[in-house]
Design a protein around this ligand. Structure first.
Ligand SMILES: C[S@@+](CC[C@H](N)C(=O)[O-])C[C@H]1O[C@@H](n2cnc3c(N)ncnc32)[C@H](O)[C@@H]1O
Length: 237
């Protein structure tokens, strides 16, 4: 492999490497400090690997949402289910700050918020530590040359498999046909997960499923445009 090609491969996978370091100069990084009772920034989350229940001071199941965005799901779910320890994470600064302001007003304090990247899953959570992973409306990266940026691919599936408890579940929703087919292709032959649900029209085929009962901000937009919601529910064997 040429040096140039090698460098590119390293860059593409850099976020998954143990020696990865967050770098940025975003003013919202500092601003998020006001919420340090429940917000962890960058590497701060990785200190708690394997110790999240100690942090929450209870043994309740740990549920993780990647790409919380404006937080509709997190805000509603963690208050509806106060008997879980909920962790939401997103790497966008301004969105994180906007969501932290809302989280700060919640009654049940059964959550933490991470300004972090989904690629760091296995550095933030230990083997068999997580009961559920939620991943709703990921950025689709529609151009072929950007497909490698899609989070849902082998390294991510490996990380999900590692951090989920046996029987733990990965819940996914997407608006994007191409990304959904991509997900199915990534899963082909992967015996580590049992497919509990695979739908190209979640709302029509599974109207009573809890995934149909929560609607995220982006999902509202897609539904208003008549886009079918595609969904996967995968259980770690
Ligand atoms: C299309 S939005 C969906 C937000 C929300 N889940 C919803 O359905 O309304 C995708 C979100 O995922 C976040 N995101 C994308 N890639 C990510 C990554 N690698 N790690 C963490 N968050 C990521 C983006 O910042 C954005 O807020």
């Amino acid at each position: 492999m040429t040096t140039e090609k090698l460098k590119k491969t390293i860059d593409d996978n850099f976020c998954y490497r143990p020696d990865f370091k967050y770098t940025h100069d975003n003013p919202y990084h500092e601003k998020l400090e006001v919420f340090d009772s429940f917000v962890l920034r960058d590497e701060e989350a990785e200190v708690n690997v394997g110790r999240w229940n100690d942090l929450f001071k209870n043994e309740m199941p740990l549920e993780v949402e990647i790409g919380t965005g404006y937080g509709e799901f997190m805000l509603e779910y963690c208050q509806k289910y106060p008997n879980v320890n909920f962790i939401g994470l997103d790497h966008r600064f301004k969105r994180s700050f906007a969501l932290a302001k809302k989280l700060d007003k919640l009654e049940h304090r059964n959550f933490r918020y991470l300004r972090a990247r989904g690629e760091r899953l296995e550095f933030m959570f230990a083997e068999n530590e997580v009961q559920s992973v939620f991943y709703f409306f990921p950025d689709p990266w529609p151009k072929t040359r950007h497909h490698k940026k899609r989070l849902f691919q082998k390294p991510f599936l490996n990380a999900c498999h590692k951090v989920l408890k046996p029987g733990g579940t990965l819940f996914v929703k997407t608006d994007h046909d191409g990304y959904f087919e991509w997900m199915l292709a990534q899963l082909a032959g992967d015996e580590r997960f049992e497919v509990l649900l695979s739908s190209r029209d979640l709302r029509r085929e599974h109207p009573e499923h809890f995934l149909s009962l929560f609607t995220t901000k982006f999902e509202k937009i897609f539904l208003s445009q008549g886009t079918l919601i595609k969904s996967l529910v995968l259980r770690k064997r």
